[in-house]
Design a protein around this ligand. Sequence first.
Ligand SMILES: NC(=O)C1=CN([C@@H]2O[C@H](COP(=O)(O)OP(=O)(O)OC[C@H]3O[C@@H](n4cnc5c(N)ncnc54)[C@H](OP(=O)(O)O)[C@@H]3O)[C@@H](O)[C@H]2O)C=CC1
Ligand SMILES: O=C1OC[C@@H](O)[C@H](O)[C@H]1O
Length: 375
Amino acid sequence: MLGFMTRMYSILYPPKVEKTTNPIRFGILGAARIAPIALILAVASHPECIILGVAARDEKRAKAFAKKHQISKIYYGPFGYQNLIDDPEIDVIYNPLPNGLHFEWTAKALEAGKNVLLEKPSTNTAEEIQKLFEIATKKNLVLLEAFHYRFHPSFLRLKEIVQSGEFGKIVSVKSELKVPRGLVPNDDIRLDYSLGGGALMDMGVYPISVVRALVGTEPVSVVSANYTAHSKDPSVDRCVDAVLAFPNGATAEIGCDLQVHPRLGFIPKWPSTYIKVQLEGGEVSLSNFPAPYIFHSIRIKPRSGKTRSETVYRYKNGEGEDWWTTYRYQLEAFMDKLKGRDPKTWMTAEDSINQMKVVETVYIKITIVKGLNVF
Ligand SMILES: NC(=O)C1=CN([C@@H]2O[C@H](COP(=O)(O)OP(=O)(O)OC[C@H]3O[C@@H](n4cnc5c(N)ncnc54)[C@H](OP(=O)(O)O)[C@@H]3O)[C@@H](O)[C@H]2O)C=CC1
Ligand SMILES: O=C1OC[C@@H](O)[C@H](O)[C@H]1O
């Protein structure tokens, strides 16, 4: 309990660090709700970077956000986003715009010579993310799809156990991200088809990326995919459950839901956020994988022998801090990449492109085709 309390305190009030003389300067596109936890708090404890600017469509919103987070440069109005991108003092653009705007604004940022930390899902299609990486490569810029959980030591430990061979080959993987009704209001970007909304685009991309990373190859087919349309708009998927088949015989079940209905109509269900891997010689699981810094448990259940559990908040060599969030670990890797150092782990261009191919294939299986230009 004490560990939990001290972690939470340091996440919300990170210790101040002295910044280097020429820190890398981030600019944020949009006064997005995710920006404080996913970037601003992470940057606060990194010595080599600062948040220099923010752009929002509305002047008041931009000013309020900048004041709250002590950001010195503000852009707003119809050209606000472009003006932030064009600011020669900005080195990196953080793009937490609605999914459907990821491609357009990341392309503009890269074309302007800016590195980009791009929120998940990278784009609407594999073709789009491929184009973005082509620009990034041509211009020698860093582009990262922000699958933050991949950078936390708990996920890396799970992957290490699964891929160590200790329990033999993977038989199946199951991963879910489902949240109770009431968390996603009807006017949320997640429920707007034209902005790239839908459960699979918002939450389902996590389990898909999880199973791909753990199996270590790409699925060969989507065996089945069921979805429930959202009551607000039938073209928006509220919930998706799919089964993927991998070339080595392993299968994966992925699930996502933006509105899990309460038990008996009134008892809210707890969010479902886990990874479970069945191996020939046992089962390994990780609870709360998207926010392991709050709490998590890695359970190792050998087919014969005692069940044990681990919690892992730092890298093996002791690097990191117990209170570092998934976002803080991600920022560490991003900064390492920018500075020409070797990050602990990375989400490559190929990984992001293949990820979107799988997302597209699941959508095709459930026949909600989100303006996708595939096959
Ligand atoms: N990594 C993670 O853990 C998480 C990632 N995300 C991802 O981050 C992104 C943003 O999510 P979230 O912060 O919840 O989103 P918000 O609802 O806060 O929207 C983000 C920003 O989008 C801008 N925007 C631009 N055009 C539109 C438009 N037409 N309609 C609505 N908003 C618009 C708004 O900018 P302005 O201020 O200029 O009005 C707003 O600030 C998504 O891609 C999502 O998938 C979300 C949550 C968690
Ligand atoms: O990226 C995300 O992670 C957590 C979810 O609750 C949220 O909807 C999603 O955007």
